[in-house]
Write a protein of this length. Structure first.
Length: 165
């Protein structure tokens, strides 16, 4: 028998993770987005990443319809923005700075330290989530000195290199 959900959450809270806001546009062209910590590199050839999305997410239908999304890797100090995108708020983009990518997807250019624009290659059911595999077709890395926002034991923080680095 698997462990219960509370015990699982406690175990997974012990793994620090970066924080991303995944954005797309719905059928009417309106921007949509959600906060995710389950984002990972899958392959360099071809360049693939994955993002796990709750089946109850109100952004999931737009992600499925569009088949394209941007993973905005968040910089330090953007906790409030990440809380907003983790909420059920209706218009999350109302007071958020963003600009469209070349393909028209919402890019959080002031808040992301790096970003990857993806085309959905595969969708894999996974319990109460779906795993979206995205082929990276555009993006930009972070610059030296940028510090990522992290999530650990249900709190926000930042990554700092160890003195031996």
């Amino acid at each position: 028998m698997p462990i219960d959900a509370a015990a699982y959450r406690e175990i997974m809270a012990s793994l620090p993770s970066g924080v991303a806001v995944v954005t797309t546009c719905d059928a009417a062209g309106e921007p949509r987005g959600l906060t995710a910590t389950a984002v990972a590199s899958v392959s360099a050839e071809p360049p693939l990443l994955l993002v796990c999305v709750d089946l109850e997410s109100r952004t999931l239908p737009a992600l499925r319809q569009s088949s394209r999304f941007v993973v905005n890797f968040m910089r330090q100090g953007r906790e409030e923005l990440c809380r907003l995108f983790a909420s059920k708020a209706e218009n999350k983009f109302e007071r958020v700075a963003w600009r469209p990518t070349a393909d028209g997807l919402p890019l959080l250019h002031e808040d992301a330290l790096a970003w990857a624009e993806c085309v959905t290659e595969q969708e894999v059911p996974a319990g109460d989530h779906v795993v979206l595999m995205g082929l990276v077709v555009g993006g930009e890395g972070s610059e030296d000195g940028d510090v990522p926002l992290m999530y650990y034991r249900r709190t926000w923080g930042v990554w700092t290199p160890s003195p031996s680095s």
